[in-house]
Design a protein around this ligand. Sequence first.
Ligand SMILES: C[S@@+](CC[C@H](N)C(=O)[O-])C[C@H]1O[C@@H](n2cnc3c(N)ncnc32)[C@H](O)[C@@H]1O
Length: 226
Amino acid sequence: MNRLQLIKSLVKKRNYKHYLEIGVFNGHILFRIPSTLKIAVDPSFRFTWLRKWGKTLLKPHNLRNRYYQKTSDTFFVEDACRIFDGKKIHIALIDGMHEYAYALRDVENTLQYLDDNGVIIMHDCNPVSADAAATFDEWQTKKPGTPWNGDVWKTIMHLRCNRDDIRVFVIDCDHGLGIITKGVPDDMLSFTPEQVEELTYAHLECNRDKWLNLKSVDYARTYFGI
Ligand SMILES: C[S@@+](CC[C@H](N)C(=O)[O-])C[C@H]1O[C@@H](n2cnc3c(N)ncnc32)[C@H](O)[C@@H]1O
């Protein structure tokens, strides 16, 4: 299972109409999601108007796409309130800046507009190596093409320590798909935000399953009935 398959299955099964994607890059995921209202946020989209038109001709579900070329923080300050007034988010993919504090703000801001039966999917929650878990500045010094998951895994931990109103787990596929839904969690962790900030990749390696609430693809299929 990858993020595209998961999102498409959920949209089909639950008839989700309102989709938000933070961090869109070339639209590889965005253009393939068959929701009727898709909100795309990225300070630096990697596609031209020609690709946009082409994708709309091929797939009319792209006709109502709205593009916000700005950071997610600016989007939530300037636009979100108006867009999601009376139109809750059914499903969101959070895949922008892969750093703890950024990803946490993205989740908390998205939760404000999430439908009670909605789902947030956060990419890159289960880093594949210490290199992939580097900070943005460290990663920029590495060989081009080095995968970058950042420390989004700390966002998962933070939510599992501080939010008793959401369920959080990570599916063990596609670099770790973080799943966030409304509801009472089965269990929580107890670290302060400062302690989470200090943790390293070595700590994660010893505690991956427990800290991330790592679950198999089969578990996710049963959880969502897909
Ligand atoms: C890994 S790519 C997204 C890939 C895409 N979601 C997919 O699945 O194919 C990350 C994107 O996040 C964008 N980004 C970086 N900082 C951001 C921010 N503060 N807010 C929103 N997007 C950001 C980058 O411009 C980049 O296009």
